[in-house]
Design a protein around this ligand. Structure first.
Ligand SMILES: Nc1ncnc2c1ncn2[C@@H]1O[C@H](COP(=O)(O)OP(=O)(O)OP(=O)(O)O)[C@@H](O)[C@H]1O
Length: 627
């Protein structure tokens, strides 16, 4: 396993166990591939064998009629061998390809359900590199390296068996090369791995330097750094050159060792063959056939050896993917929990709506449907949200919430305010079931729920709104599969997004998200609010949903947010205090503790921490008080 800051990597035993299990599940395909492979290898051995017979018949001055059948056998074996080897390569690739597809799907599925804290700890880069680079490395191995290796291995075994079949001493002579090949590989692999890694690092560093200097060209010119930067790039390029040369030198030395093994193997066969012919134990044809068989192995064995490091790299990648698949689920989370990103719940592809039970209920009667969530008798009895004695610390760090209790009656609109780092977003994430509290409970309708069940009732929108790549209308349908055009238009209209959405180049079919039409931050947030309407949760949490946009945009977004949350129990992390002023109640959080709560006017009049924040807000935005 890797260090604590990374996603886990399965150990060799677990990786083998996974491989065995997968192979067992595909034993029919695997056996067929192996059988066809053996036929291919056997057919490839036949021509060399037949050649030996041919040599003997020619030496015996046999008639042409005795030679033609041998030629026919050689041609037929070559055709069968070629076809069977091709078919075996295809079949092995197919089995491996299916295993990889399955593994990749399971890795992605597991990754989508990882607790946010696990992902943050590991860094998204680690996960991305596993599902992209590692999967690609396994893919290459699965479709080209493994089939080649298996074919080469079968050919090697059958060739030595064929030599031994002619005379066991010939087989033994051929096998002399095996330890030499193994020694060459054992010499090469441990030296090659760090050199290749160093080469990759040096190339990446050099590219990074080049990109940096190109992007920062103006700064380089402004500070007359050209010569210094050129020197740095020159040094980095020299380093890449030196490492590449040393890698090539190492490879050449490895090839030298492989050639040595071939030389000794072939020399042993020729010497043994000569002695056997002289003693009359073997014919010239048999000795020649053994030498040809061995010589024919040079190419496949070379491929086997030269691609061995790719197989090693693929095995390392496999261990990294199996490590993710094996990750234990968040305790208390059900198998169907939606995606764990800090985004609108119900955004998770494949599970739109996140099972938000209030969908279809009367929007003016929040939580009216909550009892239909399948919770049965123990299920929440309303849409009130209650946080009780909530404690939390990130990843074993200091506690950032010290027993916070907030009660939101059904339909209430509560604003959470406080300075930066007070713990507002953390509390919002706990209330939404994204983070698991270290202590205390979160209840809906009077029933304390674990995070996975909480997510079925609560939807959260954060500043980091993700727009999924694809047609805009599909992005909305992630929230409610099968939403009618009317429902979609009405959700967009409610948040004030219908005009700009229909004015897009292809209207609601315009491809948005990565690689598509770029939406502004405010538009993306309106889209998230429209999704919220389609998801129709009883409880909504808005964490800074309006903080990013400029003043005018922020005001529009405030209106969109108010429309999207109308009738829902709503907790707003309010950076714009106008949102707090419009709430039923304001809760002031400082250093992970509630220091004040009450109505806006009461708190302003009380002259405490909120009054201080409000005065600062008014001074910053003179027009705010008029709102
Ligand atoms: N992923 C994290 N890992 C470790 N510490 C974190 C993480 N996220 C937040 N914190 C810490 O937890 C504390 C509360 O942060 P939080 O983001 O909840 O505050 P906030 O009131 O929402 O602040 P802001 O208004 O700036 O968003 C801060 O001390 C912060 O540094």
């Amino acid at each position: 396993m890797t260090g604590p800051d990374r996603l886990p990597v399965a150990d060799a035993r677990r990786t083998w166990a996974w491989l065995r299990l997968e192979l067992r599940a595909r034993w029919i395909g695997g056996t067929l591939a192996a059988l066809v492979g053996v036929v291919g290898a056997a057919a490839s051995v036949v021509p060399a064998y037949a050649l030996g017979t041919l040599v003997d018949r020619v030496r015996e001055n046999a008639p042409v009629s005795a030679i033609i059948p041998i030629a026919v056998v050689i041609v037929a074996a070559a055709v069968v061998g070629g076809a069977a080897t091709g078919a075996a390569t295809y079949l092995i690739g197919r089995v491996c390809g299916h295993m990889l597809a399955d593994l990749r799907e399971r890795t992605v599925a597991r990754a989508l359900t990882l607790p946010v804290t696990t992902l943050e700890r590991a860094g998204k880069g680690d996960l991305l590199s596993r599902v992209s680079t590692d999967a690609a490395s396994i893919g290459k191995a699965a479709t080209s390296v493994v089939p080649t290796m298996i074919s080469a291995f079968l050919l090697g075994v059958l060739s030595i068996a064929a030599m031994a079949g002619m005379d066991w001493r010939l087989g033994l002579a051929g096998a002399v090369a095996v330890p030499l090949y193994v020694a060459a590989l054992r010499w090469y692999l441990p030296r090659a791995a760090p050199k290749y890694a160093a080469e990759r690092r040096a190339v990446a560093g050099n590219s990074q330097l080049l990109v940096e200097n190109m992007q920062g060209a103006r700064t380089v010119h402004a500070y007359r750094l050209e010569q210094r930067r050129l020197r740095d790039i020159g040094d980095a390029s020299h380093q890449v050159h030196d490492i590449s040369v040393s890698v090539f030198t190492l490879f050449t030395r490895f090839v030298g060792r492989v050639n040595r093994a071939e030389f000794f193997g072939l020399a042993a066969i020729l010497v043994v063959g000569f002695l056997l012919v002289r003693s009359g134990a073997a014919t010239v044809g048999q000795s020649a056939a053994a030498a040809v068989l061995f010589h024919r192995l040079f190419n496949p064995i070379g491929m086997l050896l030269f691609t061995f490091d790719e197989l090693q790299a693929a095995a390392a990648s496999l261990a990294r993917l199996v490590g993710v698949v094996d990750l234990a689920p968040d305790p208390g989370d059900g198998p169907d929990r939606p995606g764990g990103g800090l985004a609108a719940r119900g955004d998770g592809p494949g599970r739109p709506g996140g099972g938000l039970a209030a969908r279809g209920g009367d929007p003016d009667r929040p939580g009216g449907d909550l009892d239909r969530s399948g919770d049965g008798a123990s299920g929440p009895g309303g849409a009130g949200l209650e946080l009780s004695g909530v404690r939390f610390g990130y990843d074993g760090g200091p506690e950032v919430l010290h027993g916070v209790s907030i009660s939101l009656p059904a339909g209430a609109r509560v604003a959470l305010v406080g300075s930066t780092g007070a713990g507002k977003s953390t509390l919002a994430a706990i209330a939404a079931g994204i983070l698991r509290p270290g202590g205390g409970t979160v209840s809906v309708g009077g029933v304390a729920l674990p995070p996975d069940r909480l997510r079925a009732h609560v939807a959260i929108i954060t500043q980091e709104v993700h727009v999924f790549a694809g047609p805009l209308v599909e992005d909305l349908r992630l929230a409610r599969q099968g939403a009618s055009p009317g429902e979609i238009a009405s959700a967009l209209s409610a948040v004030g997004a219908l005009d700009w959405a229909t004015a897009l180049p292809d209207g609601l079919d315009t491809v948005v998200g990565e690689g598509g039409h770029e939406l502004t931050t405010a538009q993306a947030q309106q889209l998230a609010l429209a999704r919220l309407i389609l998801v129709d949760p009883a409880i909504a949490i808005l964490d800074e949903a309006t903080a990013e946009a400029g003043s005018l945009g922020a005001r529009t977004l405030e209106e969109s947010a108010a429309a999207a949350t109308r009738g829902r129990t709503t907790l707003i992390v309010a950076h714009r205090l106008t949102q707090a002023a419009a709430a039923d109640r304001v809760v002031v959080l400082e250093h992970g503790r509630i220091v004040e709560q009450g109505r806006h006017q009461e708190l302003v009049a009380a002259g405490g921490r909120y009054a201080q924040l409000w005065r600062a807000w008014e001074a910053r935005t003179p027009t705010s008080s008029s709102r």
